[in-house]
Design a protein around this ligand. Sequence first.
Ligand SMILES: C[S@@+](CC[C@H](N)C(=O)[O-])C[C@H]1O[C@@H](n2cnc3c(N)ncnc32)[C@H](O)[C@@H]1O
Length: 302
Amino acid sequence: MTAAAVKTAKTGASLEAIQDHYDLSNDFYRLWLDEQMVYSGALYHHDSETLEQAQLNKLDQHIRAARAHDARRLLEIGCGWGACLRRAVTMARVEHAVGLTLSQAQADYIRRRGEPQIEAFVENWQDHRPSAPYDAIISIGAFEHFARLEYSDAEKVAAYKSFFARCQERLLRPGGYMSLQTFAYGSTRTRQSAIGDSATQFLAREIFRETDPPTLANIAEAIQSHFEIVALRNDRLDYARTLREWMSRLKRRRSQAVSLVGEEATQRYERYLQYSFIGFQTGNLDLYRITLRRLELPWRRA
Ligand SMILES: C[S@@+](CC[C@H](N)C(=O)[O-])C[C@H]1O[C@@H](n2cnc3c(N)ncnc32)[C@H](O)[C@@H]1O
């Protein structure tokens, strides 16, 4: 793939598609997510752990993997309601944590808290132009949005490649680490068969508009000459357990959910959580946590 093809790659979900999903209602998400409003698969170390603890385990794991402890500047691409930024500043002595999101509701939520070491921007990673590269990057649950269902495999890889190229060339310091979490098509079925099934169609139409997850092969191809893989784990059953907990919290607070967003939207989310649970439980979907180290550009190596 040429550098020009990467620079002009298609770019995944639009601001409108992301806002339709994440701007539905902060109060609605608060009903069924954990206290910190982390909206991605958790990391369970023990059977007895609560969702709250498992989400903190996950954030700590990414902060460690990105070597962000004591960092001066951390970037989180797709920061949600800011839980990881807060964890990095309060528990890992990060001096300054910057979060990017396409959701206005999420950015407003973070800004209203008025935490001086934390900044949130409603900005696509493609448009982010920092004054200096960051010491570490974390991205949890955003990568899924960087390609659309109608893209060919080559177009998907080009989109992902433009992301890795930008992180390498503009966003991360030399020798820096990025910790990436994304769900992906699992090894038990092909993308082609998944696209044909009704669950995938429903999720693409009703929840994850303009979005299609990667395969591991897509990611491996796209990082070539930008990053090397330091560690890779598949925690799909942890995501299944997270979804089971979200479903049971939503069930317990169903009447409040209906008063906030209506019966139709509540049913839509119940169906989405159920389909996703089955996907992770059966291995149709995987959950990758990948530690990446920046490769040095050949022309800078000399
Ligand atoms: C599933 S949420 C995960 C949020 C958070 N990382 C967490 O684990 O709670 C996905 C996040 O990615 C953001 N996002 C999606 N596409 C993006 C893009 N192109 N640039 C910046 N943020 C993006 C969304 O706005 C949202 O904040």
